[in-house]
Design a protein around this ligand. Sequence first.
Ligand code: NAD
Ligand code: 6OH
Length: 494
Amino acid sequence: MSHAVPWPVSLSPTRNYVDGQFVTTAKTFPNICPINGVKLADVHEADAGLVDRAVHAARQALSGPWGRMSPAERSAVLHKVADGIERRFEDFVAAEVSDTGRPVAQARTLDVYRGVANFRTFADLARLAGGETFDMRTADGQDIMNYTVRKPHGVVGIISPWNLPLLLLTWKVAPALACGNTVVVKPSEETPSSATLLAEVMHEAGVPPGVFNLLHGFGPDSAGEFLTRHPELDAITFTGESRTGSTIMKAAAEGVREVSFELGGKNAAVVFADADFDEAVAGVIRSSFTNSGQVCLCSERVYVERSIFDRFVAALKEKTEALKIGYPDEDGVNMGSLISHGHRDKVLSYFKLAVEEGATVVTGGGVPHFGDERDQGAFVQPTIWTGLPDTARCVREEVFGPVCHIAPFDTEEEVIARVNDSPYGLAACVWTTNLKRAHNVSRQFRVGIAWVNTWFLRDLRTPFGGAKLSGLGREGGRHSLDFYSEISNICIRL
Ligand SMILES: NC(=O)c1ccc[n+]([C@@H]2O[C@H](COP(=O)([O-])OP(=O)(O)OC[C@H]3O[C@@H](n4cnc5c(N)ncnc54)[C@H](O)[C@@H]3O)[C@@H](O)[C@H]2O)c1
Ligand SMILES: O=C/C=C/C=C(\O)C(=O)O
């Protein structure tokens, strides 16, 4: 089978980038392609000393040309970075696909597309952002004026996950730089390639040394922990598992650093009988199986009004079994592998647990057989469960794989209570053609974002984040500008 992207992509050794220099280290770890289990490249792991050098370089850069740039000048630099990603678009596609096993079409239309969009959006938002002014006359007749000014926090530590590597890294890097900060980033050990390409683009775009620093490594007792515990970080933004967020929050407490967390989810899709049936089926297929279910916003819980429950389950089963699983560049492929064998073991353990908890496996529940190199990859079957109680672990814990549990409901009040009965509160989607119901139900979900008759449609100016275990703070639009800025108020007696 010929592939547009040859496997494995012979990516150059994955190096760190500190103070404008690409840095190799004595300690490396393998980057494994989850499509066939083949090693792609050696990744150079940053030790505590290199982490320290990166933070100091970032601090130093604040008093260099970068610190003297106006928002408009920074905006121009970020647009050059976006231009650079566009110029190497297919290199970024190959990097994302080889690190993650996702369909090429997804890497093009979501991952790399958003990498460009994130830089362009925040380049413009920061350039056009204004402040606030207030005029006041005091009781004793003094006229005073207050106005705000935005300044960068300083050095921002950015830790990102493996599921949407470039999208989620640039979702943080772009606004942090647009607001005048310098950054030290630590991408996931599972997906080092696109972050390394981003460093090359930054270098080529002439971003001053020390403004963007890249460290490779793991979390605990490695680059991730060394970075989040570094006393000279001014702020930390993290995307990943809730329990990791809790660990990082403890580290950030030393020195009282600003934190922004985008964490786990156990999101619900709610389908009313008055929904456009075919639209709802297609929508739940997308929200359950996109990126092999490895999107924090995916629906692992599906609630369907009882009168259409059996029909909906049958229709979702049929569409799920029609999904094409395979190579990233196969015509019509819908789903690739999971990120790693380790993550596949976790997902398969939930497949086993569901049966032990009494689930009916409507479809899937195992591993596809290809009869070729992909059998050494990390593939699982898209899976549907029914029949579990809301108290089941498989209905309460995030699996982060291509699986959903479908349950019937009878009333709006009931389904709202069940959707909110979760330790998470990231996202939800509701399918209904009743306008009043759409507004009334969606606003009662305790989540950061609720979609109506769609899913994962994003306006980058809107607030994004989660409630409860799903996160702390909001990013997106001016919310990012507020998080990545230190806002001062100036009061003048006129
Ligand atoms: N809310 C969101 O926007 C969002 C987006 C994407 C993913 N996620 C969540 O992320 C999880 C999947 O990503 P993951 O498996 O990479 O998460 P993870 O928490 O295992 O790792 C995320 C990042 O944190 C680093 N890390 C791990 N332990 C650390 C520590 N003690 N100190 C410092 N850094 C540490 C890792 O090396 C990695 O770079 C899922 O729970 C998913 O829901 C949330
Ligand atoms: O896996 C989680 C996806 C998060 C998406 C975003 O943060 C975004 O779309 O900006």
